[in-house]
Ligand binder design. Structure first.
Ligand code: UDP
Ligand code: MG
Length: 320
């Protein structure tokens, strides 16, 4: 492993005007502990509606290590991270949140592990300091997703990680429109090491994750990696058919033995409603997959750039 590392730090920002200054200071302080390495910070403004872009322009004018790219509207954190990865050319990239929940003082430790030869250095947070309202849905999320997805995801292991050039290039070779990074990181593989950090409360502003967004994220996680939910639908249909056949046989035998009468209106209605519910759900699952095919087939770009001082390196195959 080479001893000097060209490190790019990618920071997605959505309405983070008050966090950018402190974050820049913290990263600069951490970079001072890496005198042999080249550190640059690439901010991705994800269509912020506050003063984020102005703050970035000012920072880039003052500090040569700062570059930025700004989207035409809010495209989501996945798109922001992708834009950042496309614009880095160094040996390693660190993905870092703007709100200081990912402590930059871990950077030297992460770089050291990278120099030991690891391709992915994952900073994993323990959820001690978090409210239960956040912790429990998260646990549920990982339980469910790990059950239904081919790749294994770890609780607390988020986007805060160092990626070697090999991993970045691998990620950039995946052209899918629906990007579920947590899964992609695990899917590409390479040698991975984990370090743990204490979770900090958000420095300023509010988290943009509502409960609804989390539920959607969980669904995305399950649907974007395999077709196990479709398989489940097949099994459910099979089970239901078996049950219905069994019940029909019982009804016929009963009618032959006891004679025909007309009770069971309640049973009938609940069966019909139950069936309709299952069918709707299965249709929904199929619809989700078709929706994904529809989005993929449009070949739309993942984001649109409004203003930037950095160009994509063209290493990826995503430029459509
Ligand atoms: N973010 C983004 N686009 C979005 C939402 C969030 O770029 O649409 C950024 C945000 O500025 C922050 C990071 O993604 O740097 C994580 O967001 P947040 O703190 O809201 O998520 P949480 O820490 O609660 O998971
Ligand atoms: Mg946060």
């Amino acid at each position: 492993m080479e001893q000097t590392v060209r490190l790019s730090i990618v920071v997605p920002c959505y309405n983070e005007e008050s966090s950018i200054g402190p974050l820049h200071a913290a990263v600069t302080a951490a970079a001072a502990a890496l005198p042999d390495d080249e550190v640059e910070i690439l901010f991705v403004d994800d269509g912020s509606t506050d003063g984020t872009l102005a703050a970035l322009r000012g920072l880039a004018a003052r500090d040569a290590a700062v570059r930025y790219v700004s989207f035409s509207r809010n495209f989501g954190k996945e798109a922001a991270m992708l834009a950042g990865l496309q614009r880095t050319n160094g040996d390693a990239v660190v993905l870092l949140d703007a709100d200081l929940q990912h402590p930059p003082h871990l950077l030297p430790q992460m770089v050291a592990l990278h120099k030991q030869g690891y391709d992915q250095v994952v900073a994993c947070r323990d959820r001690q300091g978090e409210p239960a309202l956040r912790r429990i849905p998260a646990r549920l999320f990982y339980r469910t997703v790990n059950r239904w997805v081919d790749v294994q995801l770890h609780d607390g292991a988020g986007d805060f990680r160092l990626l070697s050039r090999a991993v970045v290039d691998a990620l950039l070779s995946l052209p899918e429109y629906h990007r579920f990074s947590k899964g992609l990181f695990s899917w590409v593989g390479f040698s991975t090491v984990t370090l743990t950090f204490r979770h900090e409360a958000r420095q300023a502003g509010t988290s943009t994750w509502s409960f609804g967004k989390l539920v959607n994220y969980a669904l995305d996680g399950m649907l974007s990696f395999n077709n196990k939910p479709l398989r489940l639908a097949v099994y459910a249909g099979l089970l239901q058919t078996l049950l219905a056949t069994g019940y029909a046989a019982w009804v016929i035998v009963n009618a032959l033995v006891e004679g025909v009468d007309m009770p069971g209106y309640a049973t009938l209605i609940s069966a019909v409603i139950g069936m309709a519910g299952i069918q709707l759900m299965v249709l929904g699952v199929i619809g989700e997959y078709i929706g994904r095919i529809y989005y993929e087939s449009k070949h739309r770009p993942h984001f649109l750039v409004r203003e930037t001082d950095s160009r994509p390196t063209g290493r990826d195959q995503l430029t459509r």
